[in-house]
Design a protein around this ligand. Sequence first.
Ligand SMILES: C[S@@+](CC[C@H](N)C(=O)[O-])C[C@H]1O[C@@H](n2cnc3c(N)ncnc32)[C@H](O)[C@@H]1O
Length: 376
Amino acid sequence: MTQRRKTKRRAVGEDAADYSTNRKLQFIDLFCGIGGFRIAFERAGCECAWSSDWDKHSQVTYEANHGEKPHGDIHSVAVADIPKHDILCAGFPCQPFSLAGVSKKLSLGRKHGFQDEKQGNLFFNIAEILDYHQPSAFVLENVKNLKNHDNGHTFDVIYRTLTEALGYTVYHKVIDARSVVPQHRERVFIVGFKPWRDFEFPSFPSEGPKLSSILDDKVDPKYTLSDHLWEYLQGYAAKHRAAGNGFGFGLFTGDGVARTLSARYHKDGAEILISQGKNKTPRRLTPRECARLMGFPSDFKIPVSDTQAYRQFGNSVVVPVIERIAKSTVQALSHPVNIRPVLVLKMNEKARARIPNRTLSLMNYRATGKKQKSNP
Ligand SMILES: C[S@@+](CC[C@H](N)C(=O)[O-])C[C@H]1O[C@@H](n2cnc3c(N)ncnc32)[C@H](O)[C@@H]1O
């Protein structure tokens, strides 16, 4: 019998962990990068039990800031060696399972998905950990396009794996970080609970900050674009405008809100250039400004080269967005699992009368684990 089969599964509504005590909730930080999730969940009162990222430069930044070197390649870790945890966090890399990709793999004689250890989609590593450890909650983050990719097929596989195969109740929402940092950055957040919990995504302010709130007054001249690069970027943009495309640089003043910072920012900084007036070529953001643009605290250490720092912040999460989601997740876990019958009881009699008794007692059973005699 495999170890996985031996694991006792929690039935829905039965043996749910008690989160009403003051015990610190344990989370694991998968694909942790530089630890954006970690800062947010620690601020929500949780404790990190384990982390993993295979990028050696990200490991340097993570260790400098969190005092621990993340474990490497997720494929090299036995699921059973990952400690028990309450919440699984992952800003997982998006490697869509496009059908074209599948047929290419098949034509190369490779297996697909779960069976393909090297090429297998990293989402399935998350699914395997959820299946084995059965944490009470998870929070996943990805690019907004995950929802539309491959005509929705990619998201459908993810959603059905989490719900139908793994039994989690799943909530998802696209959130734009611009209400908390001066950056237009839309990401999809997928939050799941087992057993069911009453969860709502947090609300965000309607007006966000402007770029002036994160810009330094004095910046090293090395961040100013050379005349050559600035001419090239303008020529490139003009060519694409003529062809009817929107590609090109993004030029901002302190009154603006930046485009999405990407991992390729180190190449030319084209997506977010800061105007320095008419007589000077624009500059790119400094790594410290990028840290602020992603909502990292001012004492966050940047022990790597500029190139690596740009990559790391571009790949990361906006800390205050995750912090709000983390607090809502913790709050949802602190409610007793049997909150559901209250909702049933709150229904007016007319609505209640339309629900068959069998369904009512099943809802009760799901929430409390106790069987009830149904009314005649
Ligand atoms: C989108 S980034 C997540 C960044 C993170 N959320 C943060 O706040 O910095 C994805 C991360 O997954 C890591 N990664 C990709 N494949 C991996 C693997 N097989 N094992 C471990 N980490 C991996 C990358 O190095 C990268 O840092």
